[in-house]
Design a protein around this ligand. Structure first.
Ligand code: FAD
Length: 318
């Protein structure tokens, strides 16, 4: 059975849930081989998790250069592994860093790239959103090794304990790989809420909230549901909520079980980042708002009345 390379998504060695999802998906059409790329000493934190979710093999490359440069080192190492292992496919998560790496790997290996897959069949036919997510198509790579960028929450992770073989990968980088140095990283403030891209429930607020302090309504509803908080670009541009919480074409892509949009009109650029959510609920006072065209449930009303009532009702039923 051919290997399927899975790029491990982690924060300083702590694997993100999407890694388990990708390993589970990889098992449906090959032998999952995790590729761990990180700073020295970080793999130890991921080892057990990768074994728990069925990695048959782990390629480990640890170097300060991997975190010290944008995309280049990781892409160079992964492309080299693609050349050596001839895998059936390469799976990466649809996160900002990994998208960058995936594009570079596809270019380096002269392979086809599938973006934003929400499903991938055993014969490698992917379901993906194109044109900013406005159209859903099925696609198959016909050239090289398919590099598939998969949205978090597309697959339910299933444990499958294994004892993976480990292979240390030598890190000998070209100058070209070190094209863009990281000089600073914005550390996301810890909110105690789930990671936006991985959350099962997301509550997002938009311009309809009218002011930064009204995001407290969204946060309260989110906390009642154990949800992450998102925002439209209108809200982040106004400085009402941090840009790192923006959902949409130029923000984060989310695919939770439940997405609640509060005071958001549903512009195409917002839709691009959330329309693959399993169930979409919209609260908007304008019955003609575009979001009602693709929401599963719509609440027409003033969010300042609806949201506190919704929060209280959910609280009562907990
Ligand atoms: P609005 O469109 O102003 O909608 C506010 C909604 O709130 C309205 O529907 C209104 O009826 C409702 N409302 C008002 N008061 C109340 C109330 N009291 N109760 C209930 N409802 C109320 N946008 C993104 O979100 N993410 C992106 O990543 C993104 N990227 C972009 C990239 C480009 C290149 C461009 C050009 C635009 C991008 N945008 C993005 C902006 C996008 O086009 C919209 O302008 C933006 O999504 C609108 O945000 P909104 O829905 O919060 O505001």
């Amino acid at each position: 059975m051919a290997e399927v390379l899975v790029l491990v998504e982690h924060a300083d060695g702590e694997p993100k849930k999407v890694t388990a999802e990708l390993l589970t998906l990889a098992r449906t059409f090959g032998e999952p081989a995790a590729v761990f790329l990180g700073a020295p000493g970080t793999y130890a934190k991921a080892k057990e998790y990768l074994a728990q979710y069925g990695a048959a093999k782990v390629y480990v490359a640890e170097s300060d250069d991997i975190a010290g440069y944008i995309g280049g080192p990781a892409a160079e190492i992964l492309a080299k592994l693609v050349g050596e292992a001839s895998p059936a496919a390469v799976l990466v998560a649809a996160t900002a860093d990994s998208r960058e790496i995936a594009a570079r790997v596809a270019a380096r290996t002269d392979s086809g790239l599938i973006w934003d897959a929400t499903a991938l069949s055993a014969d490698l036919v992917a379901t993906q959103g194109i044109f900013g997510g406005s159209t859903i198509v099925t696609s198959k790579v016909t050239k090289g090794v398919p590099v598939v960028v998969v949205r978090p929450n597309s697959t339910a992770p299933e444990a499958a304990p294994s004892t993976p073989a480990e292979q240390t990968v030598e890190v000998a980088l070209s100058d070209a790989a070190k094209g863009a140095k990281v000089v600073d990283r914005v550390v996301e403030a810890k909110s105690g809420r789930p990671d936006l891209t991985e959350a099962q429930v997301v509550v997002s607020g938009g311009r309809g909230l009218g002011a930064a302090e009204h995001f407290a309504l969204v946060e309260k509803l989110a906390d009642t549901l154990g949800a992450a908080v998102g925002a439209s670009r209108a809200a982040t541009d106004a400085g009402w909520y941090p840009h790192q919480n923006q959902v949409g074409q130029t923000g984060k892509t989310v695919s939770p079980q439940l997405y609640i949009a509060v005071g958001i009109s549903g512009a195409i650029q917002h839709r691009a980042g959330m329309q693959t959510s399993k169930t979409i609920v919209a609260v908007n006072k304008d019955p003609e708002a575009p979001i009602f065209e693709f929401a599963d449930y719509g609440l027409v009303g003033d969010l300042f009345n609806v949201v506190p009532q919704l929060t209280a009702e959910i609280e009562k039923r907990k």
